[in-house]
Write a protein that binds this ligand. Structure first.
Ligand SMILES: [Ca+2]
Ligand SMILES: [Ca+2]
Length: 286
């Protein structure tokens, strides 16, 4: 099927051979997206395995690379705000280089946005504060339905400039527990309050004998105690936090497909649960 699709793309490319530069850019964008779409279709197949060779494909004109992971590999922003004292979120912002008062201000503003009341937290922002800034109808006073809603929160514009990849850290899906088998090392470092170098035993274990992530020999972490031991954390507070905030196989699939054509790259994302689409769209290539 893929070979046939590839030939179709190649043939249409030839027809467009003699055109202007802007038309070439448009064409490259279109074909890069088409390759990404091909990848997404392969990646969403229920029988596809994490390490399936079909997840990478290339021919003379273009290619796609698919990454399968779980949505729970990210921090659920709503749960962090509504089911904790905000400590983990403050740690994330501090890790990004924000000063303690700025990160407390950001956490409080986010918290006020999602909590139902109009009572301004110590460093937060509620209706009155947004009205003073000239905004009516804010905050929504409900959990974020989409990450982009976060951009409406006071202070997020500046954070978006400082940390353009902030979306990579968060999700609005899942029960809030981080899939420790899929989470990025820096996420684990922030979650468990350990420096990156302390992660080596855990990552070694997770990667299996070949030392590479997402291959057939990967090992699965299976308990919070095991995670705590591997990270060398014994403070009861952190162990308890791990027990509360960690899981080992998130049920929500995240399929990321990057299509390339000439120098153009486009990335499509599909989030599914029980084969139902939760989110589908294009995201920036990081
Ligand atoms: Ca509120
Ligand atoms: Ca491996």
């Amino acid at each position: 099927m893929i070979a046939v699709l590839g030939m179709v793309i190649f043939a249409s490319t030839k027809m467009l051979a003699a055109d202007t530069k802007s038309a070439r850019v448009m064409r490259d964008r279109m074909f890069a997206k088409r390759y990404a779409e091909m990848g997404l279709e392969v990646g969403r197949h229920p029988q596809i395995e994490l390490y399936d060779p079909l997840l990478n494909y290339g021919d003379d004109s273009g290619s796609y690379t698919v990454r399968l992971t779980t949505e729970e590999a990210r921090f659920n922003i709503n749960r962090l705000l509504l089911q904790s004292d905000g400590a983990i979120l403050r740690r994330i912002f501090t890790y990004w280089g924000m000063k303690p008062d700025a990160s407390a201000r950001m956490v409080d503003a986010l918290k006020d946005w999602v909590d139902a009341d109009d009572l301004t937290s110590l460093n937060g922002a509620e209706k009155r504060d947004y009205e003073k800034m000239g905004f009516k109808g804010l905050p929504y006073n409900r959990p974020f339905k989409d990450l982009d809603e976060m951009l409406l929160v006071r202070g997020m514009e500046a954070l978006n400039v400082m940390r353009p990849d902030w979306r990579e850290w968060f999700t609005v899906y899942g029960d809030g527990r981080i899939d420790i088998n899929e989470a990025r090392p820096d996420f684990i470092s922030v979650l468990a309050e350990v420096p990156m170098e302390r992660l080596t035993p855990l990552l070694k274990y997770r990667n299996g004998r070949d030392g590479a992530p997402h291959t057939m020999d990967d090992m699965k972490l299976a308990s919070a105690v095991q995670v705590a031991q591997m990270l060398g954390v014994f403070q009861p507070k952190i162990v308890q936090e791990l027990q509360q905030w960690v899981q080992f196989q998130g049920p929500i699939r995240r399929i990321e497909s990057v299509g390339s054509f000439n120098s153009m790259q486009r990335k499509l994302l599909l989030v599914t649960q029980n084969n139902q689409t939760l989110w589908r769209g294009e995201v920036p290539v990081q």
